[in-house]
Write a protein that binds this ligand. Structure first.
Ligand code: HEC
Ligand code: HEC
Ligand code: HEC
Ligand code: HEC
Ligand code: HEC
Ligand code: HEC
Ligand code: HEC
Ligand code: HEC
Length: 483
């Protein structure tokens, strides 16, 4: 074969397929300090907006406009509702992938990831370190294994009173928690088994130590692990229907089928049977728009609604949050994320850091400050304030430790915007607490109990504040306190 797979991209000898643009994108990805190259080459350097030096937000606006995203930017500048314009969804003008429109790959069938890894071993190795690859694991008589780099990952034991022989699958166990599916295809719940059935991983950011916790304690009947539940945790999920009356593995709880457990290659690229015999036709789907990720990273049927419960944003909603972020509302997830590399355990999973675009911003008041809380250490950076842990996946910090005012979940929000007013989460959420409130322009914002008090609760190395005192400092913080 003429192809030599180099690192995560590839080098082609004697093939004209790889445009210079693509080479630069791949080169840009290798060196994290040069990551903006990916964006510059992808969007900015198409001749229309030649750039030298760094890419400022102003230049970004120019780039976005130049890329046919004028609608998005104009909408945001005018402060009108920030609907994601259809021009952005699946926008491919600047990218060179061949099939960005047909996720079925001309009605191909699934081959599973072992086939893909044979020719794409580097992507395979990298993707194996992403949570996606561990979203669902079949149990073979003992605990599932996780990559060594995933230092907090692992589900050592099944729930009390059960053995591994009782467990068919483990869901997750990679970055926040693990759940167990029994041999009948039902999720083990506290309501049915009468013991704690959710394994929480260590999460020093909010003081969670590893151990079992309750899962669905009030649910009296068995919880099927069916399509509605597994559709985001597998590859090639099929809903049960007249055409597909099957249950996966013939387990009664698992209505619907999948091609492979875990979110693997064909979950995003579609079935591969037509690509493999003719790879150079490049007829395999590469979805660039945020909605491709939003298929699983949005909990509600309507991604314009961000669901909440118990005073926290519910998890799995990064797409819905991003759409409510004002300035970032039309972004692809790929502007910040490498689709194959974890952000949890692998720094290279983040393609562009905040200051790659907001290069003229500095950290207000906290330059060089490091937050320490028991064994958690966090140098204060942009995301420390702008992506507070306003979301709950597995566990929140106990009020006994952080006080009644601080709000500290376990998942960073993608809303990015901060409301500096002296109000708390009750203002951020609707009166019934079921969803996040947005302004007339469709934007949400995190309140200072999430943003500042998650560190400034007094138990760690930052002094304790209240909502009013934090608000006073937060107001117009960058302009007043830049350093
Ligand atoms: C027989 C080897 C082979 C196998 C097996 C294989 N690929 Fe490829 N793949 C290639 C080659 C070669 C290219 C580059 C083609 C080119 O640029 O001419 C490619 C390109 C791609 C691309 C980029 C498409 C584009 O438009 O640039 C994606 C995505 C991809 N493969 C995914 C997969 C997935 C998913 C699987 C498993 C179902 C898979 N590949 C299996 C050889 C293979
Ligand atoms: C088929 C459903 C599905 C799709 C499509 C999907 N995700 Fe995920 N994603 C998940 C699930 C499930 C998890 C939790 C995995 C686990 O069990 O740890 C997850 C976890 C993640 C994580 C955290 C895990 C880590 O290792 O850092 C990131 C980041 C992420 N997804 C980004 C993306 C991006 C970006 C896209 C689009 C390119 C995307 N996802 C598409 C289902 C999906
Ligand atoms: C709409 C897609 C979607 C559905 C449906 C879904 N999940 Fe998830 N799940 C995700 C995503 C995305 C993540 C990780 C990102 C996050 O925490 O926001 C995740 C994370 C998890 C985790 C933690 C994984 C880890 O490694 O820490 C568990 C456990 C889990 N889901 C179980 C379930 C169960 C049980 C169901 C069915 C009742 C379910 N999920 C239904 C998308 C989904
Ligand atoms: C969460 C979704 C997702 C999963 C899972 C995924 N990919 Fe991709 N892949 C993408 C996206 C999106 C791109 C385009 C990336 C870009 O523009 O930089 C891509 C690009 C590629 C490319 C071409 C560019 C490159 O980075 O080399 C190849 C080849 C590829 N994927 C193969 C694979 C293989 C093999 C697997 C499984 C081991 C896999 N992908 C799993 C979303 C995914
Ligand atoms: C403007 C940049 C940016 C964009 C756009 C973006 N992300 Fe992220 N995302 C981040 C950063 C930074 C982190 C790492 C936070 C941390 O340090 O834990 C992250 C973390 C995550 C996590 C793990 C969250 C956690 O706390 O465990 C998931 C899941 C995720 N992103 C999914 C997505 C999806 C899906 C999209 C598109 C809908 C998206 N992101 C768009 C910057 C971005
Ligand atoms: C790909 C470039 C890019 C990246 C990466 C990026 N931003 Fe932005 N950001 C923009 C653009 C463009 C805007 C809209 C113009 C503006 O408001 O200045 C924006 C707007 C914002 C806003 C104002 C939102 C509003 O409408 O009120 C905040 C806050 C913000 N970004 C924070 C961050 C943080 C924190 C990160 C890192 C996690 C980040 N950005 C990463 C380009 C980027
Ligand atoms: C990631 C944790 C973290 C976040 C989030 C955070 N801070 Fe801090 N803050 C610190 C640390 C650490 C210090 C330094 C404490 C020291 O060294 O005495 C500090 C110092 C301060 C100081 C100086 C206090 C003094 O007595 O010198 C003020 C004022 C302050 N922060 C306000 C805020 C406000 C307002 C917010 C929210 C917009 C915020 N901080 C968000 C960690 C944080
Ligand atoms: C200590 C907390 C904190 C840190 C760290 C922080 N910001 Fe902010 N930022 C804020 C607050 C609070 C606001 C809202 C101020 C207001 O609306 O009056 C804000 C507002 C913004 C805005 C919206 C426009 C504006 O100026 O009001 C942008 C863009 C932004 N920050 C980018 C960044 C970037 C980029 C970084 C990292 C270099 C960063 N911020 C670090 C607290 C922080």
């Amino acid at each position: 074969m003429r192809l030599r797979l180099a690192s995560r991209g590839w080098t082609l000898s004697g093939s004209g397929h790889q445009s210079p643009e693509r080479k630069r994108r791949v080169a840009g990805k290798r060196d994290i300090r040069r990551k903006p190259a990916r964006l510059r080459s992808g969007l900015c350097s198409r001749g229309r907006w030649p750039l030298t030096g760094r890419c400022s937000v102003k230049c970004w606006l120019a780039c976005l406009v130049g890329s046919g995203l004028a609608g998005l930017v104009a909408t945001n500048l005018a402060g009108c509702p920030s609907e994601t314009p259809s021009s952005l969804i699946g926008d491919t003008t600047s990218l060179t992938f061949n099939n960005t429109t047909d996720p079925t790959n001309a009605n191909a069938t699934y081959l599973t990831s072992a086939a893909c890894k044979a020719c794409h071993p580097d992507v395979g190795a990298e993707q194996g370190g992403h949570g996606h690859a561990h979203a669902l694991t079949r149990v073979e008589g003992g605990p599932p294994s996780y990559p060594a780099a995933a230092t907090r990952a692992g589900v050592p034991n099944p729930p009390p009173g059960r053995t591994w022989a009782d467990v068919a699958y483990v869901i997750g166990g990679y970055f926040k928690r693990g759940l167990f599916v029994d041999q009948g295809g039902y999720v083990m719940t506290t309501g049915v088994l009468g013991v704690n059935t959710q394994w929480n991983l260590a999460y020093p950011r909010n003081g969670t130590s590893p151990g079992f916790a309750a899962y669905e304690p009030t649910l009296p009947s068995p919880q099927p692990f069916d399509y509605t539940c597994f559709r985001c945790h597998v590859t090639g999920a099929q809903a049960p229907s007249a055409n597909n009356p099957q249950t996966q593995d013939n387990r009664p709880g698992m209505a619907g089928t999948w091609a492979e457990p875990g979110v693997l290659c064909e979950a995003c690229h579609g079935p591969g049977s037509n690509h493999v015999p003719r790879p150079h036709a490049r007829g395999i789907y590469v979805g660039l728009g945020a909605e491709n990720c939003g298929r699983c990273h949005a909990l509600n049927d309507d991604p314009n609604v961000i669901l909440a419960a118990d005073g926290f944003i519910q998890s799995y909603q990064q797409w819905s949050e991003l759409r409510a972020s004002g300035g970032h509302s039309g972004f692809q997830c790929l502007m910040c994320h490498d689709p194959h590399a974890s952000t949890t355990y692998d720094a290279s999973g983040l393609l562009n850091d905040c200051t790659d675009c907001h290069w003229d911003r500095t950290i207000p008041l906290h330059t060089g400050k490091v937050f320490v809380w028991v064994d958690y250490v966090e140098p204060v950076v942009c995301r420390s304030c702008h992506m507070p842990l306003a979301t709950k996946n597995a566990a929140i910090a106990a009020p006994a430790v952080v006080g009644d005012q601080a709000r500290l979940g376990d998942t960073r929000t993608h809303i990015f915007r901060i409301n500096p007013d002296p109000v708390d989460y009750q203002t951020m959420l609707s009166a019934d607490g079921s969803h996040v409130v947005k302004d007339a322009a469709g934007r949400a914002a995190a309140t200072v109990d999430f943003v500042c008090l998650r560190c400034h609760h007094g138990a760690g190395s930052a002094p304790a504040f209240t909502v009013p005192s934090a608000s006073q400092i937060a107001e117009n913080m960058h302009a007043r306190l830049a350093r």
